[in-house]
Design a protein around this ligand. Structure first.
Ligand code: FAD
Ligand code: NAP
Ligand code: SF4
Length: 677
């Protein structure tokens, strides 16, 4: 087997005594939605099989509830009866056939369940569920513990190498641990020791029931990021107790789901929370796993080489590329399709009840459906436009045997992703361009950049794909040609030229991004980006404060510019942004004193500024610049000529439909067309 010397720590096996993991990569748990229906288990098996084939050291499944009280949503995935075991065997045998190891995560949702049967240590409703939980009686507590042990035992019957006991993120176990929501005064509440007893009993009784040769990973919340969470002393105490109870590995948990601090979104610096895991090193002899925003082999290697953790957990990066580890081992890290932490096709899907996928890899969780046809193809194909749609189409069609030329008027690949990457915290988007560039070269795609294609350039091609993207919409506002008016293209390409007071017309994804860019100096802070991030969001850099946040005030510098962000609709601004990131953008802009106005009528733009009407009142926003972020229209300049020349063509991405366009749709359409053209 080729062994790449660049990542020796990442690729080093981990000996647990009774079993040996082939490297230090844990595929972290992510709820795909496929766990919830029996008919989806063949898909789930293929999804995990590919990750095992890609040489992941240890896989953890999405969460399975140990009983119906622990459902995340009604009829969500459970493992509570022997009749459910055979479906899980499909998964475990697929992983074992590839030489992999797999643990099942046991997740009891507690008060985060979205159903009326939920239970919790105390009857306190969470801000993210409309149901108030039933406070557990002492007998009820025993029942939940027994359910965990039964689930673990069934998991072993199903062939799993172990279980992960989910003790973090604000789910049931974490609810017992934190004084925030455990208001009991019996043997399961009160002192720290009593609050953690529920967790300890689960691990202790699971170990006792299953014997020594079964992996028990315990996910310990090391940084709750909510008031009245655990303090550091309690976290260390918990780690000691969990080790004594028989766990094999401790995984790190960061942030309750109700926390209003981003922990995995793209603006969170890479490996931002690794130091919390590192702080626990030396306090326990168990291997420790670092988590969150670890998305390249280099970042992972760095963490392991510096001794901050013994394993790294990556969940989304393995959705994005099933063969991440294999590529790292074979010296092909540049061919890894990197997770850009957008959450758009993974967590945003979870929160609206859709099956998970991945923006940069639409095959994720659809491995049995999105496959290339076995037919032999060798057409001469022109793909016009090297944005996400065009790159995906060119790559997939070339991999199938077509001779593909990819054109772009710009002198670089990537289309609008080059603009996205200039927004603070979104530089990860460049990784997608890097991936497509390398993958397309390997597949033999010819790149013709710096050429604005006309109809004559397309003569001689058997098939033509128009992936020409979009042009910004110019709204019909009086004075739209005034020198104060800039398009978002002007601003993103030259933010320095923008004045100190700015009105942004349009509060979609681009309007929000432009606002963040215009605040860049204050949002990004200076120097160490982790330090700046912790300061901005009010996280104790020493992790000593209770929950990591108690008495820590966010430090926000005065905004660089005065901004107004405007829309015509009456709805809340940013409503259309992703479920898991929209709130981050809203909080961030609010903290920087951006005025967000809905229900705006644009009257005119003149030397005085932008004249608007709201609630029947007219006012003038006396701004230096007005930036137009009012959506886009398809770029179809080639079509008339192609039709006149009797040439057939396909359209994908923004060229096909500009409304509701995002890169998720662009890449998916490009991939699907590339597989059938
Ligand atoms: P484009 O990316 O627009 O690419 C079209 C390409 O065609 C261009 O490179 C253009 O030069 C080329 N072209 C056009 N005509 C010709 C011609 N005649 N000859 C040669 N070349 C031609 N989406 C998300 O999903 N998430 C985000 O977080 C996100 N953030 C964004 C932030 C910003 C600031 C911007 C501007 C966009 C963002 N987007 C985001 C949107 C995303 O980038 C687009 O949806 C996506 O790029 C559309 O892909 P596309 O391939 O259809 O078109
Ligand atoms: P968008 O999300 O459709 O927003 C367009 C904005 O322009 C809306 O606020 C709309 O609000 C306004 N508008 C539309 N027509 C107008 C008109 N005639 N006059 C004045 N205002 C008008 O589009 P976008 O911001 O251009 O973003 C493009 C795509 O990129 C989106 O699909 C988005 O998902 C994606 N993107 C995503 C992110 C992300 O973080 N996920 C970031 C950037 C971009 P009113 O009609 O209410 O005025
Ligand atoms: Fe990563 Fe975005 Fe894919 Fe989710 S959708 S795995 S965040 S690239």
């Amino acid at each position: 087997m080729d062994q790449n010397l660049e990542y020796p720590h990442l690729l080093e096996p981990l000996d647990l005594g009774f079993t040996r993991l082939r490297n230090r990569v844990l595929m972290g748990s992510i709820h795909t939605g496929l766990e919830d229906r029996k008919k989806d288990f063949p898909k789930l098996a293929e999804y995990f099989r590919q990750r095992a084939e890609g040489e992941v050291g240890l896989i953890v499944t999405g969460g399975f509830a140990p009983n119906i009280r622990g459902w995340l949503t009604p009829f969500g995935g459970t493992l509570m009866s022997s009749w459910q075991v055979p479906r899980h065997k499909l998964v475990t045998s697929a992983v074992h056939a590839e030489g992999g190891h797999i643990c099942m995560q046991i997740l009891h949702s507690g008060r985060y369940g979205y159903h009326p049967l939920q239970v919790a240590p105390s009857a306190i409703r969470s801000p993210i569920s409309k149901f108030t939980p039933k406070g557990l009686s002492a007998k009820g507590v025993e029942k939940q513990i027994n359910a965990y042990v039964r689930a673990a035992s069934l998991a072993r019957d199903a062939g799993y190498d172990g279980v992960e006991v989910m003790g973090s993120e604000g789910y049931l176990i974490n609810e017992f641990i934190a004084p925030r929501v455990n208001k009991r005064d019996d043997e399961w509440g009160g002192s720290a020791e009593k609050r953690m007893r529920f967790a300890v009993e689960i691990v202790r009784r699971t170990r006792a029931a299953l014997g020594p040769d079964f992996i028990i990973i315990y996910r310990l919340s090391m940084l709750d990021l909510v008031p009245d969470g655990s303090n550091w002393e309690e976290i260390v105490q918990q780690a000691h107790a969990i080790e004594a109870a028989g766990a094999s590995i401790i995984n790190t948990g960061v942030g309750w789901h109700e926390a209003r601090i981003p922990t995995i979104a793209t603006m969170v610096p890479r490996a931002a929370f690794v130091d919390v895991t590192a702080k626990l090193k030396g306090e326990t002899t168990l291997p420790l796993i670092a988590v969150n925003r670890i998305n390249t082999p280099a970042v992972a290697e760095d963490i392991l080489a510096s001794g901050k953790a013994d394993m790294v957990s990556m969940a989304r990066p393995l959705l994005a590329d099933a063969h991440f580890v294999q590529k790292a081992r074979a010296g092909k890290a540049a061919m890894i399709n990197t997770c850009i932490a957008c959450n758009q096709a993974c967590l945003d899907h979870v929160f609206v009840g859709k099956s998970v996928s991945c923006l940069v890899n639409p095959r994720a969780c659809e491995e049995t459906e999105i496959n290339s046809e076995a037919t032999k193809v060798a057409d001469n194909i022109a793909v016009v436009g090297a944005g996400p749609a065009g790159m995906a189409c060119a790559l997939e069609s070339a991999k199938r045997g077509h001779k593909v030329t990819l054109f772009d008027a710009a002198d670089r690949l990537g289309g609008q992703f080059n603009l996205a990457a200039k927004i603070p915290g979104k530089d990860e988007f460049l990784e997608t361009i890097r991936y497509f560039d390398n993958a397309m070269r390997a597949a033999g795609v010819q790149q013709q950049l710096g050429l604005r294609v006309n109809v004559d350039d397309l003569a001689g091609f058997d098939q033509i794909v128009l992936a020409t993207g979009v042009v910004p919409r110019t709204p019909p506002i009086t004075g739209i040609k005034h020198s104060k008016v800039l398009s978002y293209l002007d601003v993103i390409n030259n933010p320095e030229a923008v004045g100190d007071s700015v009105a942004i017309i349009g509060a979609g994804g681009i309007g929000f991004d432009v606002a963040e860019l215009l605040l860049v100096d204050t949002i990004n802070g200076a120097g160490n980006e982790k330090e700046a991030f912790f300061k901005e969001w009010g996280i104790d850099p020493q992790f000593n404060a209770r929950g990591g946040v108690e008495n820590i005030k966010p430090e926000i510098a005065d905004p660089k510019r005065k901004l107004w962000l405007l829309q015509r609709k009456n709805s809340k601004l940013g409503k259309g942004l992703g479920k898991t990131t929209g709130w981050v953008h809203r909080i961030s802009l609010r903290k920087h004193k951006v005025e967000m106005l809905a229900g705006v009528e644009y009257l005119k733009i003149d030397d005085q500024g932008l004249h608007i009407r709201r609630d029947d009142k007219e006012e003038i926003l006396a701004v230096e610049h007005v930036v137009i972020c009012a959506g886009q229209l398809p770029q179809r300049e080639l079509e008339e000529g192609l039709i006149a020349a009797d040439k057939l063509f396909f359209r994908i991405g923004g060229a096909e439909k500009a409304g509701e366009l995002d890169a998720k749709r662009a890449i998916r359409e490009g991939t699907l067309l590339g597989l059938r053209i």
